[in-house]
Design a protein around this ligand. Structure first.
Ligand code: 3AM
Length: 175
């Protein structure tokens, strides 16, 4: 039987080369700080555009339809700074300067989703989470900035399991 609802989010999904570069930054911290736990799984690395939470399965086709109308030009995104959310022990990398097309894309995705699901307003801080649930945030060093050519976004289903989240890309939306 199909699930009556799915936990969804909209994200930028790194291409293979960008994913490798992000993972290399993650590895650098693990090696230098001797971290054993908390690393986001390689296949799960992403940049969230909008977290939607539970969406009724009956609404997902309409959501996809609205998202397919979101347009953008491809743009460059430079992941060149560290950041942390200290409450849940999150360490991330993100852009020093949010490119205007990314801010626009976030707004357009939120507007498209708002027609179908309720979307909470909050300040958008673009980031790729590298570690979660760290007891202590490790010291971080300079890293090789990751240059990402963004030409699509994705709708992702998240299955939260005790052994960690499992993400499944439901649809890719090319610009
Ligand atoms: O992109 P990151 O890793 O920062 O933490 C979750 C992850 O964020 C976040 O959505 C992304 C994809 O799972 N998330 C999970 N539950 C959330 C909630 N209730 C949430 N974001 C906001 N509100």
């Amino acid at each position: 039987m199909a699930a009556s609802q799915q936990r969804l989010f909209v994200a930028l999904w790194p291409d293979a080369q960008t994913r490798e570069q992000i993972a290399a930054v993650q590895k650098q911290v693990m090696t230098r700080a001797g971290l054993l736990d908390g690393a986001v799984a390689f296949d799960n690395l992403h940049l969230t555009l909008l977290f939607l939470g539970n969406v009724a399965s009956a609404d997902i086709a309409r959501l996809q339809n609205h998202l397919s109308r979101v347009a953008s030009m491809p743009f460059h995104l430079m992941l060149d700074r560290w950041g942390q959310f200290s409450k849940p022990g999150i360490l991330w990398i993100g852009p020093q300067q949010t490119p205007a097309p990314l801010q626009q894309l976030h707004g357009d995705v939120a507007a498209a989703c708002r027609d179908v699901v309720s979307v909470r307003e909050s300040r958008y801080i673009p980031h790729v989470t590298l570690f979660r649930k760290l007891q202590q945030l490790p010291p971080v060093d300079a890293f090789e900035p990751v240059a990402w050519l963004v030409d699509r976004f994705v709708l992702v289903a998240s299955n939260t399991r005790p052994q960690g989240a499992q993400y499944r890309v439901l649809q890719e939306f090319l610009f």
